[in-house]
Design a protein. Structure first.
Length: 135
């Protein structure tokens, strides 16, 4: 898959000619891989029980890590303007914009925590099922 133009300029080369992958590229790869995995699952006319169990573990892990990411970003944004002069492209107060971002990240983390509870319960329920005989 070709690297988008916006990312090409941000790549650099480590000693030995190894190309370092940028954070943007890593995030793009995560989205692409998740999209592929969902498409494969969606197109599976006869999914196996192991698929449901594996997705439970994945949903648990992903929601937990995403909630943690929201908290990390909230902490980083809290002091983002401390050593920078910020402006807002809509002429709003940058401090208000930061407060809004933090509010939304905390709400997202709380929603992801609830989603994680549901994912863990789904995974647990899937772990109790077994296939006795395939038709």
């Amino acid at each position: 898959q070709p690297v988008p133009e916006r990312l090409r300029a941000s790549r650099d080369t480590a000693p030995g000619g190894v190309v370092r992958v940028t954070r943007d590229e890593l995030l793009d790869q995560v989205v692409v891989q998740l999209t592929r995995a969902v498409a494969i699952q969606r197109e599976d006319a006869d999914p196996a029980h192991e698929d449901f169990y594996a997705w439970g573990a994945t949903l648990d892990e992903m929601t937990r890590r995403l909630a943690h990411l929201c908290r990390v970003l909230d902490g980083q944004i809290e002091h983002y303007g401390d050593n920078r002069i910020l402006r807002d492209d809509a002429d709003a107060d940058p401090a208000d914009r930061i407060a809004s971002m933090r509010f939304r990240l905390r709400a997202c983390a709380a929603d992801l925590d609830r989603a994680n509870d549901a994912a863990r319960m789904y995974h647990s329920a899937a772990s109790h099922l077994a296939v006795e005989v395939n038709p």
